[in-house]
Design a protein around this ligand. Structure first.
Ligand code: NDP
Length: 234
């Protein structure tokens, strides 16, 4: 049985990944930051183990990972978003974004990699965003962190491929989760209208891409960016 670790599994895309891997019969462990009720609900529904761990906190990650069994599949999904003009971004805004969306993936990957290397097998999937591919106005910090994840995916895939470890990236378009709750109904409608397939994606659709990337069907994929985005960017 594989052990799958998903960061940010209490809600949205991460929760969909928890469901999808649990349905395959994997042992699933997920991390969350603060939303105990949501984490308990996902855990009760799927049987997955929930652990509170802020991925932006190096000590918390170190403590948590020291107690984990060897991980076969890591999904670096935990993330935050916020909107601001570039000139209004503060040092705090910038570092919170980098430490969560990029630093979290860095330190969680470091936490699982030694055991993957010694076992010569493993799969890491980073959840980026289409904004990491093309950039979004008023989300320069978010776009920068998400572009960083794409760079990390490609470089690490080259470094650890010879150790039998695959590293890939999923860069979703607009997905219907609480992350987009800050957008107005008009903004969401405009994004749907701009999308050739005419709608937002669902978390379950991303969960299926992630489980596929972690499967033997994707055994020759590494260093790749897959973009389930309804055609919004092509
Ligand atoms: P949600 O806001 O719905 O969920 C975010 C999840 O991440 C929650 O489980 C939250 O935990 C967790 N989380 C946030 N910060 C931390 C932290 N510091 N430590 C541990 N866990 C944390 O987001 P989505 O499901 O929409 O997004 C998931 C990922 O997909 C993100 O990386 C996002 O950038 C990316 N993405 C989302 C898109 C979208 O349109 N929704 C599009 C493209 C990419 P808690 O519940 O405790 O707060």
């Amino acid at each position: 049985m594989r052990t799958v670790l998903i960061t940010g599994g209490s809600r949205g895309i991460g929760a969909a990944c928890v469901r999808a891997f649990s349905e395959l019969g994997d042992r699933v462990i997920f991390l969350y930051r603060e939303n105990h009720a949501a984490a308990r609900a996902v855990s009760a529904e799927t049987g997955a183990e929930a652990i509170q761990c802020d991925v932006s906190d190096p000590e918390a990650v170190q403590r948590t990972f020291a107690a984990l069994p060897p991980v076969d599949v890591l999904v670096n999904n935990a993330g935050i978003s916020s909107f601001s003009l570039f000139q209004d971004l503060t040092e705090d805004d910038w570092s919170r974004m980098m430490e969560t969306n990029l630093g979290g993936a860095f330190r969680c990957t470091k936490g699982v990699l030694p055991a993957m290397i010694s076992r010569k097998t493993g799969c890491i999937i980073n959840i980026s965003s289409m904004w990491g591919q093309v950039g979004a106005a008023c989300e320069v910090h978010y776009s920068t962190a998400k572009a960083g994840l794409i760079g990390m995916t490609k470089a690490l895939a080259k470094e650890v491929g010879p150790s039998g470890i695959r590293v890939n990236c999923v860069a979703p378009g607009v997905i219907s989760t609480e992350m987009n709750a800050a957008l107005s109904a008009d903004d969401l409608k405009a994004l749907e209208d701009e999308t050739p397939l005419g709608r937002m994606g669902t978390p379950a659709e991303i969960g299926r891409v992630v489980t596929w990337l972690a499967s033997d069907d994707a055994a020759f994929f590494t260093g790749q960016v897959i973009s389930p985005n309804g055609g919004l960017i092509i």
